[in-house]
Design a binder for this molecule. Sequence first.
Ligand SMILES: Cc1cc2nc3c(=O)[nH]c(=O)nc-3n(C[C@H](O)[C@H](O)[C@H](O)COP(=O)(O)OP(=O)(O)OC[C@H]3O[C@@H](n4cnc5c(N)ncnc54)[C@H](O)[C@@H]3O)c2cc1C
Ligand SMILES: NC(=O)c1ccc[n+]([C@@H]2O[C@H](COP(=O)([O-])OP(=O)(O)OC[C@H]3O[C@@H](n4cnc5c(N)ncnc54)[C@H](O)[C@@H]3O)[C@@H](O)[C@H]2O)c1
Length: 484
Amino acid sequence: MPNSSQDTYDVVVIGAGPVGENVADRVVAGGLTAAIVEHELVGGECSYWACMPTKALLRDAAALRAARALPAAGHAVSGGLDPAKVLARRDRFTSEWNDSGQVEWLNQAGITLVRGHGRITGTRAVTVTHTDGTTTTVQARHAVVIATGSSAHLPPIRGLADVAPWTNREAAAVRTIPNRLAIIGGGVVGSEMATAFSDLGAQVTLVSQTRLLPGVEPFAGEQVTDALRTAGVSLHLNVEATEVGRDDSGAVHLTLSDGTTVEADEVLVATGRTPNTKDLGLDHLGLTPGDWLHVDDNLAVLDDTGTPLQDSWLYAAGDVNRRALLTHHGKYQARALGDAIAARARGDKLDLSPWGRHAVTADERATTQVIFTDPEVAAVGLSAEGATAAGLKIRIVDYDLGAVSGAALHADNYRGQVRMIVDEDRDVLIGFTAVGPDVAELLHAATVAIVGEVPLDRLWHAVPAYPTMSELWLRLLETDGRDR
Ligand SMILES: Cc1cc2nc3c(=O)[nH]c(=O)nc-3n(C[C@H](O)[C@H](O)[C@H](O)COP(=O)(O)OP(=O)(O)OC[C@H]3O[C@@H](n4cnc5c(N)ncnc54)[C@H](O)[C@@H]3O)c2cc1C
Ligand SMILES: NC(=O)c1ccc[n+]([C@@H]2O[C@H](COP(=O)([O-])OP(=O)(O)OC[C@H]3O[C@@H](n4cnc5c(N)ncnc54)[C@H](O)[C@@H]3O)[C@@H](O)[C@H]2O)c1
């Protein structure tokens, strides 16, 4: 085998996570050739260590809780969860960390996979180092897309790096449920994993320097906080872990800023993400390795002065550009970007106007997220705080979801809450948050209303079926009032 070789494609994508795969798919669908470079598993973090395995860890307990919220169904499920079966189902969802299925998908989509670590080594040039040390330089005719994602951020807490802390990877791929798990971080990962490991039988202690789930409406975080406490999770909120150590018996000890100490068998760090840009050749372009990539509305990478690189040949999509660290938003960016690159190559005009084919307007106006805690949290668009900070004149409309007939029927003692944020000037919905059991599937109606900018007057004509939880819409509108 030669030590180095060179190939040319229309587009080269670095990173075969969900975002890279979708960019490559769209450019090939647009008539171009594409190579995708991957140094680990095709499918990325989401498939093997994030979305899929963590949701598989959470699902059985959620179904069990749903059954227990009804007297006869609850009576029928007398046993507890079998963690081994939960882990076996999780293994199926990760294909046992084997990416052959996803490689097959790339093949049938007409995308060339180049295995190895990619680094930008020149204009439109990516040099791939294979595991045997040989290199291939893949040259792009039109564009290079960075879709290298993110990794767990380890905060500079004294002693933390020396105790072999878990990140999302060890949590998602867990083989033995620890008796005691300490979690640092009360964001989405921390809250979901506190739910999962508590359900799976661990005694969980969570430490967060903020309230729980600071990214969503406070009432949603409060309901999750109450439920975790009721489930026996020990929560230390608005305090920091200042020191971590492991003793000779293997136990981990955390010292908190309020003087409390916590002992556990393992510690999971869930304090946000860091971009996978450290070893990507960014220095060749005058960019700083290890930084998030700043992009313009075309997703073109910007230099320190906010200017796209010469000829705009370099793009970044997904986690690495920090716009929305969510698989579905990364894939949304990928569809717009892939189509834009293909259109540019054909000499077609782009439509980058708000909601245009090549624009990523929803990243700013309609970011959707479901947090799979118990209760679930589903949110789209702006929170009250976000809308006020954006200088918008808003109305906040709240409703007790438990008072909706469909919810009362869904589960005994249903507890939940919904909020809609209305833009007073345009009289359209700009934000929606729901917290409660099984609210995930209620989200898309709100997303459609926000993206469609449906006037509230017209929403009165979207008649929710009785008795479903979707009647929350009627109740929100009635609470808001029709004669304003
Ligand atoms: C615990 C957890 C749970 C999550 N759950 C959800 C969820 O339920 N829903 C949701 O929407 N989002 C969820 N997310 C977020 C989601 O995982 C990310 O938004 C998503 O994975 C981003 O996709 P990506 O393609 O940008 O990056 P990644 O999935 O990180 O993929 C990037 C790929 O690039 C490769 N790569 C990196 N550098 C190079 C290089 N130099 N050369 C070659 N290859 C390289 C990597 O190996 C990787 O395969 C979760 C995140 C975590 C941590
Ligand atoms: N269901 C989903 O959609 C889902 C699930 C998991 C993760 N994700 C995505 O993955 C990304 C990463 O999630 P995450 O939970 O790691 O990050 P995050 O940004 O959601 O939360 C990090 C939390 O850690 C806290 N923190 C930071 N430093 C700390 C310290 N030194 N001590 C104690 N607490 C500290 C922060 O205050 C914050 O509450 C998020 O953007 C999220 O959207 C999505």
